[in-house]
Design a protein around this ligand. Structure first.
Ligand code: BT5
Length: 330
């Protein structure tokens, strides 16, 4: 397991050196002493990194001519390898909930760490609803320390939804976004008032945070994406990439998601236009359940920092949060 805590300079150096060793032997063979010299570390250190990488599943040949990277593991520790966005990955084969682990790291001071698991035994949705997380999915949580007031945080949640949908689209699945942050695959009956009228849910997002009125201390954005899992292991309202297009390269999927997320958070003004572009909700007749009332009308826009605008009875209502259900096309 690669545990590299941000803010721990020793661990950061170690991770950087390990990546550098991988880079050095990528087009090998390269001899141990040559790697040592190139990276300015001892031969013993090179050997230790190679052993650790092998333990993480990297196939490293060691012939007379030196080391050569012969194979990268499908997932796990390999997610860090070739990741262009500035996140440290903490990978677990199995964990109760990546959000719980991310919260622990967040309260220890971590930032820009991403906890990823192959399987969750206690995955959570919003309002403590259970989230099915069999082996083969993408269950991940981002630890963030954004310089934002809590009220603006929905922008980041929408950014995560956009990044997820766009990464999914690269696999050939026409994912869309259902306000506030479900990633759905439209079904044939999507435009009808059926239980499937909302499309089938491919991914969901759970954001948790601590902060004061004007400042977020930390935020954890949990993303659950049904990747290489059987649809039978999910609720009947859900679908998976396996069901849609067959199994995908989860490493590539996570890397492109994180890279896109990083681009979006660096240019927050691009989030809403990108969200609208992918929307499944806008232009449709919706019913939104608020804590104290239910609103029905036409969803006409999503505005900063992520509020849904519904046209109802001749007026426009801004809705901050709520369960949104699709009724029928307008
Ligand atoms: C969500 O909640 O959509 C947020 C899901 C977040 C899951 C991630 S996985 C990584 C991280 N670690 C965690 O423990 N959680 C996060 P919500 O909108 O409340 O939807 C929950 C509802 O979706 C459930 O009540 C089920 O009806 C349905 N559901 C459960 N598992 C599902 C799945 N795998 N795919 C699609 N729908 C599911």
């Amino acid at each position: 397991m690669g545990v590299f805590k941000q803010g721990d300079p020793l661990a950061d150096d170690m991770e950087e050196t390990r990546q550098a060793v991988l880079g050095a032997i990528e087009n090998g063979p390269v001899s141990g002493p040559a790697v040592a010299e190139r990276l300015g570390i001892s031969r013993a250190a090179v050997w230790k990194h190679v052993e650790a990488l092998r333990e993480d599943g990297f196939d490293i040949e060691g012939g007379r001519d030196g080391y050569r990277l012969a194979g990268v593991p499908e997932y796990g520790a390999a997610i860090q390898y070739g990741l262009e966005a500035p996140f440290s990955i903490e990978y677990h084969d199995r964990i109760a909930s990546t959000n719980d682990r991310a919260r622990e790291l967040a309260s220890d001071g971590a930032a820009d760490v991403v906890v990823i698991a192959d399987q969750q035994t206690g995955g959570r949705g919003r309002h403590a609803r259970p989230w099915a997380s069999p082996s083969g999915g993408v269950w991940m949580s981002l630890v963030l320390r954004p310089d934002l007031p809590p009220a603006h945080l929905p922008v980041l949640t929408l950014a995560a939804a956009v990044a997820t949908a766009e990464a999914v689209r690269q696999t050939g699945v026409e994912a869309q976004l259902k306000w506030p942050n479900d990633v759905v695959v439209p079904t044939e009956s999507s435009s009808e008032a059926t239980p499937e009228g909302n499309g089938k849910k491919l991914a969901g997002i759970l954001t948790e945070l601590t902060g004061e009125t004007d400042r977020v201390y930390w935020a954890v954005i949990g993303i659950g994406l049904n990747a290489n899992v059987d649809a039978e292991d999910l609720p009947s309202t859900a679908t998976s990439l396996r069901e849609q297009v067959g199994d995908v390269d989860r490493r590539e999927l996570v890397q492109s998601l994180l890279t896109r997320f990083h681009d979006l958070r660096s240019a927050p003004e691009s989030v809403l236009p990108a969200w609208r572009e992918l929307s499944h909700t806008l232009g449709r007749h919706v019913r939104v359940a608020l804590p104290d009332q239910t609103i029905e009308g036409k969803a006409v826009d999503v505005v900063f920092p992520g509020h849904l605008v519904v046209e109802t009875g001749g007026e426009r209502r801004r809705i901050q949060t709520g369960e949104c259900e699709l009724l029928r096309p307008v």
